[in-house]
Structure formats: structure tokens, C-alpha cells
Design a protein around this ligand. Structure first.
Ligand code: B12
Length: 224
């Protein structure tokens, strides 16, 4: 019977087909998607990163592990099925200059699992593309921005700044995350929320939506 350590090893080795089978098997044993991600997929991916750092593996190994990771997420996504829809939407994207999308995809998956409709702008997204997506759709209440390269932190800051000054700024909240982002950096760039993990981000998103709804109801009561 496969366990989470076995899955981490398969991710590290980039064994795409076996990752698929192992993830299915873990889910059928009742292991939660959160545990599969936190204790199986992520440790495998981080070990590849460590090896890459130490020149113990090639970029092609990292790519194979990245593909294996995506396969694992695809199985989890399929298993979670179609989620009950909420009328609010969240935009997700990786900042301009950054092509890493594994964390961003995980954030999208976690957001769907709490019922939010996700508009995924992909990777290498310029600030004005985030703004256009927000302004053109009044149901968008949240924007989740991901960055993995230290060099793209200024682009993240610029994106937050541009969103904070766009015509729809009053109805949105901004979440930021990714390995080089910290709570302190998030605060200094003016973002509303920072979390370490995608599942924490989804819980925070749910709380933000509740808070915005409550504030709106209160404003309605005042008007009545
Ligand atoms: C896989 C990988 C790649 C793959 C990316 C594949 C893909 N489709 O994403 C490939 C091989 C393409 C790649 C390319 C490069 N990479 Co790379 N890569 C990695 C690696 C090994 C893993 C990243 C990852 O996916 N982690 C797993 C995910 C799930 O973690 P995560 O993104 O951090 O997400 C978690 C949280 O941060 C959070 N989160 C993420 N986003 C968000 C958003 C919000 C709103 C919130 C709230 C939370 C949140 O949720 C997730 C957990 O639940 C890391 C090393 C490492 N150990 O992290 C290097 C790493 C990020 N890469 C690095 C580098 C340098 C590069 C390249 C420049 C290499 C090169 N010389 O070409 C290029 C950059 C290309 C570009 N312009 O973007 C460096 C960055 C160094 C730095 N500090 O800036 C790292 C750290 C490796 C290293 N030590 O050198 N990379």
C-alpha cells in the first residue's frame, strides 16, 4: 500500500504515471488532499529543488518532477469533482517575469475547493492584465498573486500598487504568496493577506468574502 513518503519519492524521481496511481490509491485509502499535498507532493518537489541547488540534478529533472506534481494535482482536482459554485470570483496569476505555476495552480485548486469561481490568468502576467480582468467583471472580489523568483518581487509590488489604484479597488482584496514572499513583504507592498500555503489562502479567501458581505449588509441596513 503506497504511503506519503513513497509519493514524495515518485515526485522527486519524476515518475509521472506512478504519481497518478499512487495519488489515486492514497485518496481511496481516505488520505485527505491537504495531507497528500503537504506531506507527499511538496516534500518531493522541495527535495528536487535542494538537489538542483547543490548541482546534484539537472533542470530537466526539475521539469519532470514539475510534470509529475501537476499530474498529482490533476488527480486530486478530478477526485474533488465539481465544486458548489459561489457567485464571487477570484483571479489568480503569476507575476510578470515569472514562469513558475505549480504554487499558483495549487492556489487555484484550493480556491475552487471552497466554492470560489477561479479566473486563471496564467504566468508572466503584467499588472495591467490583472487590472483589466478585475475591472471587466464585477463579480471579481479577490486577486491572488504568486511569485517564485526574488527578482519578481518588484513586479508583484507594482501589481499590488496598480490594483490598489484601479477603479475597482474598493470591491477587491489582494492576496500574495510564493516562496520569496513573507508576511512583512506582503504588508509593505500593501497586500491585504499573505499565507504560507494554498489551503490557508483558500480559508483566508473565504473569511475575506464573508467579511466583505457583512460590511455590505451593514451598509445596506444603514441605507434602509
Ligand atoms: C519547479 C521549479 C522550476 C520549474 C517550474 C515549472 C513550473 N511549471 O512551475 C522550471 C524548471 C521551469 C524552473 C525554472 C526556473 N527556476 Co525554478 N524552481 C522550481 C522549484 C524546484 C520548485 C518550485 C515549486 O513549484 N515548488 C512547489 C510549489 C507548490 O511551491 P510554491 O510555489 O512555493 O507554492 C506554495 C506557497 O508558496 C504558496 N503560494 C504560492 N503561490 C501563492 C499565491 C498566493 C496568493 C498565496 C496566498 C500562496 C501562494 O502555496 C504553495 C503551498 O501550498 C524551486 C525550488 C524550491 N525548492 O522551491 C525552483 C526555484 C524557485 N527556481 C529558481 C530559478 C532561479 C529558476 C530559473 C531562473 C532557473 C534558470 N536558470 O533558468 C528559471 C526561471 C524561469 C522564470 N522566468 O520563471 C530559484 C529561485 C531563486 C530565487 N530566490 O529567486 C529556485 C528557488 C531554485 C533555486 N534554489 O535556485 N523552476
Amino acid at each position: 500500500m503506497p504511503d506519503l513518503k513513497h509519493l514524495a519519492g515518485l515526485i522527486e524521481a519524476g515518475r509521472i504515471r506512478e504519481v497518478e496511481g499512487c495519488t489515486r490509491s492514497l485518496l481511496s485509502q481516505g488520505v485527505t488532499p491537504e495531507a497528500i499535498v503537504a506531506e507527499g507532493i511538496m516534500p518531493g518537489m522541495y527535495e528536487v529543488g535542494r538537489k538542483f541547488d547543490q548541482h546534484e540534478c539537472f533542470i530537466t529533472d526539475m521539469l519532470m518532477s514539475a510534470r509529475a506534481t501537476k499530474q498529482g494535482y490533476a488527480v486530486i482536482q478530478e477526485w474533488m469533482g465539481s465544486f458548489p459554485k459561489c457567485r464571487h470570483k477570484v483571479i489568480v496569476g503569476t507575476v510578470q517575469g515569472d514562469l513558475h505555476d505549480i504554487g499558483k495552480n495549487l492556489v487555484a485548486m484550493a480556491m475552487r475547493s471552497v466554492g470560489l469561481e477561479v479566473i486563471d490568468l496564467g504566468v508572466d502576467v503584467p499588472a495591467d492584465q490583472f487590472v483589466r480582468a478585475v475591472v471587466s467583471d464585477p463579480q471579481v472580489r479577490l486577486v491572488a498573486i504568486s511569485a517564485l523568483l526574488t527578482t519578481t518581487i518588484p513586479a508583484m509590488k507594482q501589481t499590488v500598487d496598480t490594483l490598489k489604484h484601479c477603479p475597482a479597488a474598493g470591491r477587491i482584496r489582494i492576496l500574495v504568496g510564493g516562496a520569496p514572499v513573507t508576511a512583512q513583504k506582503a504588508r509593505s507592498m500593501g497586500a491585504d493577506v499573505y499565507t504560507d500555503t494554498a489551503f490557508q489562502a483558500a480559508n483566508a479567501a473565504r473569511d475575506l468574502i464573508r467579511e466583505m458581505e457583512e460590511n455590505r449588509n451593514e451598509a445596506d441596513n444603514w441605507r434602509n
